[in-house]
Design a protein around this ligand. Structure first.
Ligand SMILES: Cc1cc2nc3c(=O)[nH]c(=O)nc-3n(C[C@H](O)[C@H](O)[C@H](O)COP(=O)(O)OP(=O)(O)OC[C@H]3O[C@@H](n4cnc5c(N)ncnc54)[C@H](O)[C@@H]3O)c2cc1C
Length: 455
């Protein structure tokens, strides 16, 4: 029995076996061995997901040794990379070859396979999920065969674009990149009461838009980016963690215990935050990224809502958090964050089929008020704003998480069943809570032995 924990330590598992294959054929061996033992398999990339997608009692297959670049074609602006590589490794490689990934502004510690599995995204209306730039997938299916999927509009490719690790192991992908470009970055402060009204014009006038608000401040900040041919100035800490990132991450376990110091700490934090990235500067596209690359101990919940509902949803969040604040509660102790993306081809990514505002609330882990607002946020985003939760972030109501996908969900589940009739690549979170398949599984005679397992 091995032990595994995710980055934050809020999700743990005790798999029977933890394997780290270094090639596609070794992945096939691992999948076949698990199948002979009658064990379930789950895949883990960088282990950052906050939701319990990874835990399994059987075989946990890590992609940590699958990180090679297999092929680069500068003329066609394509790179074939193994799924365990991190965004940082990918970005450093394509930058060195004069290219840029299509979806900037993602945290660089995540793995290519993990991003793909959860429909993860950066910001920018001409990019949807990270995976929408994939032109070819290499997949080891649950029966141990290797498939190459190149028809990107096929149902299987669309399912792989947000696969939840439930269709097998993605071992490598070919990504369509674009020529390297620079971005003029501007941080525009806005009074919190004006933010909602400003969102449409910010989206109309800029290539990349992000929005940050640190409650209970009266100020929010737009981070705006526009492509430019002007030369870039290097920025530290956007691709690789800075000393400051490590310092704050190291101190962060103390933050929940410092709540009584809020009257002093809030203005201090706001002053530091106001100074981040002020002014206008030109950065290379990969440097138009997250402010920190070593995270404090925090936890996030996020919904993708139709982009045109963003102003209304922002007003709701602001009003609700202000009411909590008036009552002395601080359920979002870090930041409210919005990013905006185009429609995804994925079957079940939050941005499937529609331009999306990704609205995220981030709190320090250990915040005792977090659940109060989290449950409100979940209910209101789903019921009032047609929201779909980010699969890799905290999911307050798993039974409703897949409910916003209409017929796409049926297509996904049919494909999944075809590839994995014995449900080897599901764990109880997905099988029972998200997809509600538990009862059917127990009724199937060939799966009785599995049904007794508790993983
Ligand atoms: C600090 C932090 C920053 C984040 N920033 C962003 C962001 O900028 N944008 C965003 O959209 N999300 C973001 N997220 C959420 C994150 O993108 C997802 O949780 C993502 O899945 C994490 O990637 P990972 O490699 O850590 O995946 P893991 O946590 O290792 O796995 C997540 C899922 O992917 C599956 N999986 C992993 N590799 C494979 C593979 N090769 N084949 C099949 N399935 C696989 C696993 O089975 C599991 O279901 C962030 C999360 C954290 C903690």
């Amino acid at each position: 029995m091995k032990t595994w924990r995710n980055w934050l330590g809020n999700v743990t598992a005790s798999p029977h076996d933890l394997v780290t294959p270094a090639s596609t054929s070794e992945v096939v061996d691992c999948v076949e061995r698990a199948s002979r033992r009658g064990e379930r398999v789950r895949v883990v990339g960088a282990g950052y997901a906050w939701s319990p997608l990874v835990p399994v009692e059987g075989t946990l297959l890590s992609t940590a040794r699958l990180r090679a670049v297999r092929r680069v074609d500068v003329e066609r602006q394509q790179v074939t990379i193994e799924a365990g590589a991190t965004v940082r490794e990918l970005v450093d490689f394509v930058t060195a070859h004069g290219m840029s990934v299509r979806s900037p502004s993602m945290f660089m510690g995540l793995s290519v396979g993990g991003l793909l599995a959860t429909g993860s995204h950066g910001t920018g209306l001409d990019a949807a999920t990270f995976g929408d730039a994939v032109t070819s997938f290499e997949l080891v299916t649950p029966d141990g065969s290797v498939r190459t999927v190149t028809d990107v509009d096929s149902p299987l490719a669309r399912a792989l674009l947000c696969n939840l690790g439930a269709l097998g192991v993605v071992t490598a992908v070919t990504l369509q990149c674009r020529p390297a470009f620079n971005v003029q970055e501007v941080h525009a402060p806005a009074d919190i009461d004006d933010v909602a009204a400003l969102i449409p014009s910010m989206l109309a006038e800029n290539d990349f838009v992000e929005l940050f608000w640190m409650p209970p401040s009266r100020r929010a900040k737009f981070k705006l980016g526009n492509r430019t041919s002007r030369p870039a100035t290097p920025v530290t800490g956007r691709r690789h963690p800075s000393a400051g990132d490590h310092f704050i991450a190291g101190l962060s376990p103390l933050f929940p215990y410092l709540a009584h110091l809020r009257p002093i700490l809030d203005p201090l934090a706001q002053t530091v935050y106001d100074r981040i990235g002020t002014g206008v500067r030109v950065v290379s596209a990969p440097d138009f990224a997250h402010y920190n690359q070593a995270y404090p101990r925090c936890i996030s919940s996020e919904f993708g809502i139709p982009i045109e509902r963003a102003p209304e949803a922002w007003r709701w969040i602001h009003g609700r958090l202000r009411r909590y604040g008036d009552a002395g509660a601080r359920p979002v102790s870090l930041i409210v964050h919005a990013r905006f993306c185009g429609p995804s081809r994925a079957l079940i990514a939050p941005s499937a089929g529609r331009a999306t505002c990704h609205l995220e609330v981030l709190s320090f882990h250990g915040n005792e008020h977090r659940h109060l607002f989290g449950e409100d946020f979940d209910l209101v985003m789903r019921s009032r704003f047609d929201g779909r939760p980010h699969w890799g972030k905290e999911i307050f109501n798993p039974a409703e998480a897949a409910s916003g996908y209409g017929d796409n969900l049926g297509v996904f589940l049919d494909l999944r069943r075809e590839l994995d009739p014995r449900q080897r690549f599901l764990n109880p979170f997905l099988r029972d809570q998200v997809f509600g398949l538990g009862r059917r599984l127990r009724a199937a005679p060939h799966d009785r032995r599995d049904a007794q397992r508790t993983d």
